[in-house]
Design a protein around this ligand. Structure first.
Ligand code: SF4
Ligand code: SF4
Ligand code: SF4
Length: 265
């Protein structure tokens, strides 16, 4: 809580390899962002205006994965200058969609596409922030929602730890009274193993969840993979369900590898 006469908490928003969608979740807060700006000093947020990347911050939000050698240097500087570091979005928490290259011949792809691949300084793997520096809290999603961001900021400003949602998407789906696409239409849905937070957005629109909020705690991926097989998905299709936006989340990675062994064996 900001006490009159004391400096406002300093908040920074940093970007690494990403599509900017999670920063847009900030900007889409609209009036809420203006109200937030009265309670904190936004000291660095390139997409919104303030530029001071090496400044000290009480809370640093970090979007994007570690994909270049320069990223590794910069995240260490940010960590040194930040009291709390919050990773936001699938790129920052699990390497993002760009981590699909982790299992591919990334150098071969660059050589096939670019006339001067030597100009590209890219690491062979895209990795989450927590693989390199201490992260105080992770907000999953692709993109995260503005509601989640506000909840984290409010909790940290009140001096309490942000609450991690332990529910799965199915719980939100049921609470909202949405028909189950897996039961009613036989569509393979990742909701049973995906953490809640989006309000079951996709089932609410009559389509399957594809797991963008990452694995829920104690995700039973074996049972879901078996259910997918019963629905007629071949092992390669099951691999693709788990190897998507959050392919490097350990639980999804293990499930994809297990399905891959069934495909190959
Ligand atoms: S998590 Fe998704 S929306 Fe957020 S920056 Fe990465 S790709 Fe964009
Ligand atoms: S539609 Fe998906 S998220 Fe909703 S209850 Fe069915 S399996 Fe769960
Ligand atoms: S329903 Fe699943 S894929 Fe859709 S927004 Fe929510 S977590 Fe992401």
């Amino acid at each position: 809580m900001n006490v009159p006469g004391t400096p406002k908490p300093r908040v920074a928003v940093h970007k690494f390899s990403s599509c900017d969608g999670c920063q847009l979740a900030f900007l889409n807060l609209g009036e809420e962002l203006l109200r937030l700006a009265e309670r904190v000093d936004l000291v660095h947020f390139a997409e919104a205006g303030p530029l001071d990347p090496d400044t000290d911050a009480d809370i640093a939000f970090v979007e994007g994965s570690m994909s270049t050698p320069e990223d590794l240097e910069r995240i260490r500087r940010i960590r040194e200058h930040s009291r709390m570091l919050v990773a936001i979005g699938a790129c920052a928490t699990a390497g993002g969609i760009q981590a699909l290259r982790n299992d591919a011949d990334a150098a071969g792809w660059a050589a096939a596409i670019y006339s001067h691949p030597e100009a590209i300084a890219s690491l062979a793997h895209s990795t989450p922030i927590a693989s390199h520096v201490k992260v105080d809290f992770e907000l999953w999603g692709c993109p995260v929602s503005g509601r989640q961001i506000l909840a984290v900021v409010n909790a940290l400003l009140l001096g309490v730890g942000p609450r991690d949602n332990g529910d799965k998407v199915c719980t939100e789906c049921k609470r909202n009274g949405y028909p189950c696409v897996m039961v009613s239409r036989g569509i393979a849905c990742m909701g049973p193993v995906t953490r809640a937070g989006c309000g079951a957005l996709c089932p609410g629109l009559g389509r399957d969840c594809y797991g963008c909020y990452g694995p829920v705690e104690n995700a039973n991926t074996d049972a879901l993979a078996a259910q997918f097989a019963l629905q007629g998905l071949d092992p390669q299709a099951v691999v693709r369900r788990f190897r998507s936006i959050n392919s490097q989340a350990p639980v999804f990675l293990a499930a994809a590898n297990k399905a891959g062994r069934r495909r190959d064996g």
